[in-house]
Design a protein around this ligand. Structure first.
Ligand code: FES
Length: 196
């Protein structure tokens, strides 16, 4: 682990403290002084602090410093395991108003939003065992779940009714206030509607 080097021994302020102050909005040396106390005793550290701030600003402003990786990788699909890929794909397609995309019969079906974006995919797995929710020791646990947004209570009621009519069931356990409703999809995955 890198050692966080002291930059103002008088006030025991480190380089990391200065950078954190900058991340919280310190733009000038005076701001760093006010937020960390650095430089407020003997003042010998002022030049070093100013140099660090300048270097950090230049690094941050370098064009495309993080861009190549960010642009090269996109989230293509979230994949749910299930015993019947086509059946679960149709459940979520009907629930979300999405359409089937790529299909490999007996193995894979993905669905896509009319607006594009990340797909939901369903991978058929004969050994699939549904998660137990809420968790129980020794039982298969959910590894992820979907939160689906609705705009108000009326939309929540409609969404729950639709999900139930398509084969979901309400979870016996509900957490949170009435902003959330937890259901279990036909393959046993918990998912939530949330007023957002
Ligand atoms: S070294 Fe920073 S105030 Fe003295």
């Amino acid at each position: 682990m890198a050692v966080d080097k002291m930059i103002c021994p008088c006030k025991k302020v480190t380089r990391g403290d200065v950078l954190r102050a900058m991340a919280k909005g310190a733009e000038k040396y005076k701001d760093v002084q006010r937020m960390t106390g650095a430089g407020t005793k003997c003042g010998k550290c002022e030049a070093d602090i100013r140099k660090l701030m300048k270097k950090h600003r230049e690094e941050k402003d370098k064009p495309g410093k993080h861009a190549p990786q960010a642009q090269a990788i996109t989230l293509d699909a979230l994949v749910l395991e299930c015993p019947d890929a086509a059946a679960l794909a149709d459940f979520y397609a009907a629930l979300l108003g999405w359409q089937r995309g790529h299909v490999e019969p007996g193995e894979w079906v993905d669905i896509v939003s009319p607006g594009g974006g990340t797909k939901l995919a369903f991978q058929q797995n004969p050994a699939y065992r549904p998660p137990v929710w809420p968790d129980e020791p020794g039982a298969p646990q959910q590894q992820a779940h979907l939160d689906l947004a609705v705009k108000d209570r009326a939309a929540m009621r409609q969404a729950v009714e639709l999900a139930l009519s398509l084969g979901a069931r309400l979870s016996d356990t509900q957490y949170g206030d009435d902003k959330w409703t937890t259901l279990i999809d036909p393959a046993g995955h918990p998912f939530c509607f949330v007023i957002w």
